[in-house]
Design a protein around this ligand. Sequence first.
Ligand SMILES: NC(=O)C1=CN([C@@H]2O[C@H](COP(=O)(O)OP(=O)(O)OC[C@H]3O[C@@H](n4cnc5c(N)ncnc54)[C@H](O)[C@@H]3O)[C@@H](O)[C@H]2O)C=CC1
Ligand SMILES: CC(C)CC(=O)C(=O)O
Ligand SMILES: [Mg+2]
Length: 370
Amino acid sequence: MATHKLLLLPGDGIGPEVMAEVQRVIDWLNAQGIAKFETEQGLVGGSAYDAHKVSISEGDMAKATAADAVIFGAVGGPKWDNVPYEVRPEAGLLRLRKDLGLFANLRPAVCYPALAEASSLKRDVVEGLDIMIVRELTGGVYFGEPKTITDLGNGQKRAVDTQVYDTYEIERIGRVAFDLARKRRNKVTSMEKRNVMKSGVLWNEVMTQVHAREYKDVTLEHQLADSGGMNLVKAPKQFDVIVTDNLFGDMLSDIAAMLTGSLGMLPSASLGEVDAKTKKRRSLFEPVHGSAPDIAGRGLANPIAMISSFGMALRYSFDMGELADKVDAAIAAVLASGLRTADIKSEGTTAASTSQMGEAILKELQKLHA
Ligand SMILES: NC(=O)C1=CN([C@@H]2O[C@H](COP(=O)(O)OP(=O)(O)OC[C@H]3O[C@@H](n4cnc5c(N)ncnc54)[C@H](O)[C@@H]3O)[C@@H](O)[C@H]2O)C=CC1
Ligand SMILES: CC(C)CC(=O)C(=O)O
Ligand SMILES: [Mg+2]
């Protein structure tokens, strides 16, 4: 059996709490001989800053580069509000994405049947929802230069962020979206703001060309990202795959999280190019949520987004689709049994802790595997 090297980066806030529940699953898979994961731990974000005054050390970057996959918790928090911008916790995550070339961020938003009542939207709007947001992750305004704050000398400052996209970046994320759509319901909605942004004009043009050249069998539609956001809340089941840029993808996926009940439900996979020789690609798996400082350290965090992100690692990095299906089924079964963490519970019911939820999911997984 192949050994897979994982680098675990729990990070800050609830990151270590939810990572402990993935560790539980990994330990069981190893103990049963179902898989062979060799794990290393590293520091990222505020915890790396406290130890080394950087948001990720060169040593941990080297471990991330050498790993078959990185499993990432969350970074950030008020403790580091005043550290220099270059070494703020979030910079560690941005560096991992950029240096590992993780341009494709897959953020599935699935409304589990038992949670149709947990969404802030009406049951019939979200019941059966299964959409995939494909977010471009290494370009756009998060990385474009210049990125500055200049003192204008007249009591005013000027802040500049730059949105940059080249054709090849739009083509490759487009292909990821179209390929995924072919395995789903065969529809891609591309979202940009071509009405006000040059990058939106190019995004629209390139998506249209890639579609016409290579994916005529897939339905492509274009929506402006602002009214697209409205449609995501109004009638989300019209979407199959949504492909969009780094910033819009960040925002639209947090919105989509609430269709599923909570930000604590949404996993993600960040993937690089497939290497022509090895057929492997770099990858990082993380929940969509952040470090949730408002609930950190109290055992309140929902570990489902994190466990489900590990499920995506099984599917996208280790060719263990059947096992990933079982992880999803275990989560569905636990939710169907009525167990809820605080973020998804209904009034008058008692909330389970992070570890109670993690234990219950592992128990279901064990049953499904027996
Ligand atoms: N990938 C990452 O590491 C990310 C880091 N951040 C950072 O996290 C910090 C906090 O940011 P926020 O805007 O508050 O976003 P957040 O995602 O941390 O929290 C937003 C809200 O969702 C709740 N929430 C999030 N995850 C949850 C979970 N697993 N279970 C239950 N409730 C959950 C929180 O309690 C909070 O009320 C900031 O420093 C931010 O930069 C934000 C997003 C992503
Ligand atoms: C760098 C991250 C903190 C940005 C973010 O919110 C995300 O990727 O979801
Ligand atoms: Mg975000």
